[in-house]
Design a protein around this ligand. Structure first.
Ligand SMILES: [Zn+2]
Length: 503
């Protein structure tokens, strides 16, 4: 009998320090599709949903395509979008009757307005819908916050093995092909080790040590046939929730192997923890460097804390404020989200001058706004295409956009954020990053490929924001005890792996 596998998707990365609710319209501007449409759209993209389709079909299964809601990063997801997803899956199931398995493309660090563990909630919903005897496999982001609820509801969790993420398709494929293995009744064990560690994503990549070595060890074990699959979940830290931790999962055909190698990878991951913290410089140190002209080329200030790609708002003017306070004479380019100020610039018109109040209006505790007289240089509809290499050609829409100059500071002011690590968010609007002494880039890691060829130096800044790399700076209210880099007990030993036989 041909196995029927339902595929669905609900993917968004939440930053609970960002107060702006992420609604259905934000998903729709990226991807919101149902049934056959979702199948056709995803088949053209290197995404997890596509990987799931191919794995199921390659093994002779029939894909029952259901809803795809694919968003970016931002605040908590609207409760009504959670309901929309559940309704979408229910409708698919009502129309098709029984299925043999479910594959869900999720993020793993998504919160809704009313639920911290929104992905656990979704997996519970899917479990209730199909019953205990149907396998459920989920694909996750590497930055997922894996909870006991998820491990209890899903049979399999597979996360990206790269950061910057380049293996969306492969991760969906791994999850669905392990799911097909369960349907064949082959022995499959999943082991999990919790790792009490929060690391800012600006501090590590899978391309550099020590994180590269940790991922490399897992890949070697899979290549050698010792493991079927593994994931190192280096949780994204901007979740002010009661349960947060990193986690390692290993999947094998014996209990012994799953347990042993999950423990071994987790030890290596945990041991290297000091190597995941970025070397942060103060805003003043970086302005000093740009003013000194030592580098002869633009100094890039990486303001990861306010990176919309990482889930922050994009409303920071912290660096511009310091520039004005210091009376700095150098030139600087940047972008900021401020719908009111953009609107004002449209009223003032090109060439006009006015006193603006820009930035710092959304993120709690953010300094600002910046109050200064500025001259409107240009007005735009906010649409641009990324130059990449990451996301080359992707369309962005920042809404009403204005470039306003405050002395030597050229500021792209827009209604809503776009791909903030791509040079086109400045270049397209006439702010050529190569020509400035200092450029503020609101991004974590991927931007370096585009900026490195013309940058004098790239500095990670200790800036405020919903995506701050300095985790001590965030206004935590629920942070659990015993986590690195906060109050990990000295001599802490990882607990042994927990193992489940799946099916
Ligand atoms: Zn991620």
């Amino acid at each position: 009998m041909q196995k029927r596998v339902l595929i669905c998707e609900f993917h968004q990365e939440s930053d609970t320090f960002n107060p702006i609710v992420y609604g259905t319209e934000s998903f729709a501007s990226r991807r919101y599709a149902r049934g056959r449409d979702a199948y056709e759209i995803c088949k053209k993209l290197p995404c997890a949903y596509h990987g799931m389709i191919d794995a199921v079909e390659k093994e002779g299964g029939e894909v029952i395509p259901s809803i795809s809601l694919y968003g970016g990063s931002g605040g908590r997801v609207a409760d009504e979008t959670m309901e929309l997803f559940q309704k979408g899956v229910k409708e698919t199931l009502d129309a098709c009757g029984k299925v043999d398995a479910v594959c869900a493309s999720l993020h793993g660090a998504m919160c809704s307005e009313s639920v911290d563990d929104a992905c656990g909630e979704i997996l519970s919903f899917l479990r209730d819908l199909v019953g205990k005897n149907i396998p459920i496999a989920a694909s996750f982001d590497l930055h997922a916050n894996v909870t006991d609820r998820m491990l209890g509801e899903a049979d399999l969790l597979c996360g990206y093995q790269s950061y910057p993420h380049v293996d969306f398709y492969e991760t969906g494929y791994r999850a669905a092909s392990l799911c097909m293995r369960l349907l064949r009744g082959e022995p499959t064990y999943l082991a999990s080790v919790d790792v009490p560690l929060l690391a800012p994503p600006a501090g590590y990549t899978s391309l550099e040590e020590p994180f590269r070595g940790v991922i490399g060890r897992g890949k070697q074990l899979v290549a050698d046939g010792a493991l079927l699959d593994f994931t190192v979940f280096n949780v994204q830290p901007w979740l002010d929730v009661e349960k947060i931790r990193s986690n390692v999962i290993a999947v094998a055909d014996t209990e012994e192997a799953a347990k042993r190698y999950a423990g071994e990878i987790a030890e290596a991951f945990f041991e290297a923890r000091d190597g995941y913290l970025p070397d942060l410089k103060s805003i003043d140190e970086i302005i000093d460097l740009a003013e000194s002209e030592q580098t002869k080329k633009p100094v890039i200030l990486a303001d990861a804390a306010d990176s919309p790609n990482g889930g922050a708002v994009g409303d920071s003017v912290a660096v511009a404020l310091r520039m004005l306070e210091r009376g700095s004479k150098i030139t600087m380019g940047m972008f900021v989200v401020d719908p009111e100020a953009a609107e004002q610039a449209f009223r003032v018109g090109v060439g006009g001058e006015a006193t603006f109040e820009v930035g710092g209006k959304f993120t709690p505790g953010m300094p600002g706004p910046l109050r200064a007289t500025g001259r409107v240089r240009s007005l735009h509809d906010g649409c641009f295409r990324q130059e990449g290499p990451a996301g080359k050609g992707f369309a962005n829409d920042c809404g009403k956009t204005a470039v306003v100059s405050f002395g030597g500071i050229d500021m792209m002011i827009c209604e809503k954020p776009g791909a903030s690590g791509d040079p086109q968010i400045l270049r397209h609007f006439g702010i050529e990053p190569k020509l400035y002494d200092l450029v503020v880039v609101k991004a974590n890691t991927s931007f370096k490929v585009a900026y490195a060829p013309f940058a004098g130096v790239i500095c990670a800044a200790d800036t405020p924001g919903a995506g701050a790399s300095n985790l001590h700076q965030l206004n935590w209210t629920k942070l659990p005890r015993g986590l690195y880099p906060f109050d990990l007990p000295s001599g802490y030993q990882l607990a042994p792996a927990r193992v489940w036989k799946r099916r």
